[in-house]
Design a protein around this ligand. Sequence first.
Ligand SMILES: [Zn+2]
Length: 115
Amino acid sequence: MTKYRGTCHCGGVQFEIEGEFEEITVCDCSICQRKNARMLKVHESGFKLLAGEELLTDYQFNTHTAHHYFCKVCGIYPFHRKRTAPDSYGINVFCLEGFDQSGIPVRNSKGSTLS
Ligand SMILES: [Zn+2]
């Protein structure tokens, strides 16, 4: 198991994830394209929000299953609750401290065709 800490840009939102991270997902749905995010999937048992719950704004659209969280101070999107796997979080890898993307396979997810 590997552990990483993540933050938004202003540092108000802080979280920690733990798990086996074997792939990075790039999703082609309308919101992920605009965010240009690369995602790690982590089960909710491996996700801990350490600070900033009051700063998170929850954006929902379409089926209103997924929760897209972003920091209302700096506007950065650190993670979301997944629509296809509601017990898991999608984590924006660019928000993680010391996370090395090299050597981790990237999978293209067809989010656009699922919605
Ligand atoms: Zn922030």
